[in-house]
Write a protein that binds this ligand. Structure first.
Ligand code: 3HC
Ligand code: NAI
Length: 705
């Protein structure tokens, strides 16, 4: 149990003949043990007191109740349990009214559904987001929601995890009444007066079978949802359990349905997916907690400039415009700036075509956009993001220009993928203002923003970058300067492991399939074809001079690029894309190149199972991840996890590579690396941090605290 007492987190106040129950458990009124006890005690008091005619439940602060206390999952459960508390509320002999003025999520909505009446204020958000934590609603939600909303709407609410607005919740039957205002007590008291005047009865949601009467129709709806969910939920455990539970609501009496739900809920609690998803939930909140946060308030920014209107510059522009910023885009010449603007408009035109934006809205957004070919036009901007060619000399020239024209105190950022930001900062007279903002493609969609912190940058430039991420609704991760920062550096290492696997006997298609089987959206060779093989080729050429001559180097990708096969954009790469197809076909000529390269190196191809492929792929990822943490490039292992989940398609339900390693046991991962090192000691050099943690019997998570 927490240190709070039931009385301190659930305040009871007699207001005339109404028992006012206020949940006051900051920050979001999560249903920890003390809150559960307090709510149960409130119902006892209401039943026992002759003066109490009705009960009003409200939340203090911005939320009604954000759900179960997520931090309790995985720890020994403490009574009273939430389903029992909900039943106790429903069993109260006096009418219980819940007033929802903010978030009523998960267990919070389950409490409200157990109440006899529900009133919502305009800022209410009602949802059952358990699925995003690898769970199902576990306090009667799967049984009460179908009774209030009908089978299909309830199942969809739980499967999507997305909350409904107050209005939508009323239309769906989830709330009885909407009221203007922000004060739940005043609105609730007025509603109770109305109910008491009408002699409104105690009304148990569990007893209402009206929405479940047509069993045949309900079964048909559920079968359709099941088929759709099997297709969409790709390896996730809890979505099908949601459907099973709704099915139980249709087929079984309430009490039996509740028991069924409990069994499924506990199975979800025990699943590794729950661990992975809850780790991801908290990790994404932690990455914004950085050493600079307390030291320096962000600088003001409203006007920004984007240099370069190519793939990234245009995507970043859209992201900035969507965040309400005023943007000037700079390009090299009239033709390039016209193309840059067209790239931006293409995104909005796509939204208009899909009915997700109006022409008027586009005009309003584009009014904040100015195209230009003159640096003199950005003298007064607060922040600049450079996204020109990935070439150090070109970038240096741009930063010299920025140094010349930009006002003092402007933040100067580069979107470089790999280059040395300290070297870029050094060409300016103000290295304290220079930072890396590494967006991912497509920049208006991908959530990750690596904020790369060079040695001389000022603390308030770092906090400004985090503020920008917040405005753009990105997931920020603080990274140090090195070749590739957190993400691309680790990617380069596991891509190398994939190349070794390919030369040793696995085909690129087998590798991609194994990686998809693990839960990634795409395998590494599909990613190469999507991004353009020429990009990696250029990087390999750039690194050739500094490559350790003793290191193993696989030339297969170079042979493919030498043919001009750069992937989707050239209709062939590792795969064939006839007529611009998005899904690639296996290419016998690529396999012939692979065979020829093996023969040249005297390699006899051997078989790899999908499991063997993934052991090497993941061991390489985790080992480099450990090095990145040890060198301080990533602040904590969780920063590596968030980078991969938000930017590299790592399956969220596995929690990220470092969490995955913890769940395997670090000793096992290290043993694999040591075994592989017998084949290639240079590449498979264990990270000293990994060795140290194993020696001390600790895991990566011990470094997250
Ligand atoms: N349990 C414990 N802590 C929680 C929590 C919860 N349910 N919800 C939020 N918090 C914590 C956050 O970790 C954060 O802590 P920090 O300040 O130490 O980082 C703090 O509360 C504030 O949260 P946010 O920064 O996310 O605040 P926002 O205002 O941006 O968002 C929110 C508020 C919409 C409520 C959002 O926090 C949220 O979506 N929370 C999770 C809701 C959820 O998934 N509920 C279902 C829980 S599972 C369940 O109920 C099972 C039941 O069916 C049995
Ligand atoms: P791109 O080739 O699509 O666009 C670059 C643009 O910069 C072109 O429109 C070019 O005309 C313009 N440009 C070149 N020199 C200029 C100058 N001196 N002044 C003004 N404009 C100039 O390239 P892309 O893909 O947009 O990449 C840009 C940067 O973003 C690179 O540093 C790249 O490494 C980085 N990046 C790329 C990602 C990707 O997936 N494409 C992902 C993350 C970062």
């Amino acid at each position: 149990m927490t240190s709070e007492t039931a009385a301190s987190v659930v305040e009871l106040k007699q207001d005339g003949d109404v028992l006012l129950v206020t949940i006051n458990n900051p920050p979001v009124n999560a249903l920890g043990a003390a809150v559960r006890q307090g709510l149960a005690a409130a119902m006892e008091q209401a039943d026992a007191s002759a003066e109490v005619k009705a009960v009003l439940i409200v939340g203090q602060g911005k939320a009604f109740i954000a759900g179960a206390d997520i931090r309790e999952f995985g720890k020994p459960p403490v009574a009273p349990f939430l389903p029992d508390v909900c039943n106790r509320i429903e069993a109260c002999s006096k009418p219980v009214v819940a007033v929802i003025h903010g978030a009523a999520l998960g267990g919070g909505l389950e409490i409200a559904m157990a109440a006899h009446y529900r009133l919502a204020l305009p800022a209410a958000k009602l949802g059952l987001p358990e699925v995003s934590l690898g769970l199902i609603p576990g306090a009667g939600g799967t049984q009460r929601a179908p009774r209030l909303m009908g089978v299909k709407a309830a199942a969809e609410l739980m499967l999507s995890g997305k909350p409904l607005s107050a209005k939508a919740a009323q239309a769906a039957g989830l709330v009885d009444k909407l009221e203007e205002g922000t004060d739940p007590v005043a609105a609730g008291m007025a509603y109770i007066r109305e109910l008491l005047a009408q002699d409104a009865p105690v009304r148990a949601t569990s007893a209402d079978q009206s929405q479940l009467a047509d069993k045949a129709a309900a079964h048909a709806e559920l079968e359709a949802l099941r088929a759709d969910t099997v297709k969409k939920s790709r390896g996730l455990f809890s979505p099908l359990k949601i459907i099973d539970c709704v099915q139980a609501a249709v087929d079984l009496p309430f009490a039996e349905g509740l028991k069924f739900e409990r069994v499924q809920f506990l199975a979800c609690i025990d699943s590794p997916q729950r661990q992975g998803l809850i780790h991801a939930f908290f990790a994404e909140k932690e990455t914004a907690k950085i050493p600079e946060a307390k030291a320096a308030a962000p600088r003001h920014f409203a006007k920004i400039a984007i240099i370069g209107g190519g793939t990234m510059g245009a995507g970043i522009t859209v992201s900035a415009l969507d965040a309400g910023l005023v943007v000037t885009m700079i390009e090299r010449d009239a033709e390039s700036i016209a193309r840059g603007q067209a790239n931006v408009e293409k995104v909005y035109n796509g939204l208009i075509a899909k009915g997700r934006m109006t022409e008027d809205a586009k005009v309003a957004v584009m009014a904040r956009y100015t195209p230009s070919t003159s640096y003199d036009d950005i003298a007064d901007v607060d922040l600049v993001i450079e996204a020109v060619f990935e070439d150090l000399e070109v970038k240096k020239a741009v930063f010299k220009e920025l140094d010349r024209v930009c006002k003092s105190g402007a933040v100067l950022a580069t979107n470089t993928s790999y280059l040395d930001i300290d070297a870029i900062a050094a060409v300016t007279s103000r290295p304290q203002d220079v930072i890396g903002l590494h967006f991912f493609s497509p920049a208006n969609i991908m959530k990750l923003l690596e904020i790369v912190v060079p040695s001389k940058v000022a603390a308030d430039v770092v906090t400004t970058a985090f503020e920008l991420a917040k405005k753009m609704k990105k997931v920020p991760v603080r990274a140090g300067v090195c070749d590739g920062f957190i993400g691309n550096r680790i990617l380069a290492t596991y891509k190398q492991a994939a190349d070794y696997l390919m030369e040793d006997g696995a085909s690129p298609y087998e590798i991609d399939e194994a990686v998809r089987g693990f839960g990634f959206a795409m395998g590494p060779f599909q990613v190469t074809d999507l991004a353009g093989g020429d990009i990696g080729w250029a990087t390999r050429k750039r690194r050739a001079a500094t490559r350790n001559p003793k290191a193993r180097y696989v030339e297969i990708a170079d042979r493919i690029c030498e043919n001009g096969w750069f992937g989707q954009k050239t209709q062939r790469g590792f795969y064939l894309y006839p007529q611009g197809a998005r899904v690639g076909q296996h290419d016998p000529e690529v396999l012939a190149i692979v065979d020829a390269e093996r023969a040249k190196k005297g390699v006899t191809a051997r078989q790899f199972t999908a499991e063997e492929i993934m052991r090497r792929y993941m061991a390489a990822m985790v080992n480099e991840g450990a090095k990145v943490v040890e060198e301080g490039i990533a602040l904590r292992p969780l920063d590596v996890d968030v980078t991969f989940i938000s930017g590299y398609g790592f399956p969220r339900y596995r929690g990220g590579p470092m969490k995955w390693a913890d769940m395997q046991g670090l000793d096992k991962v290290l043993a694999d690396i040591e075994a592989f090192a017998k084949e290639d000691a240079l590449f498979w050099k264990p990270a000293p941090l990994l060795q140290k943690l194993v020696a001390e019997g600790k895991n990566f998570d011990s470094l997250n605290k």
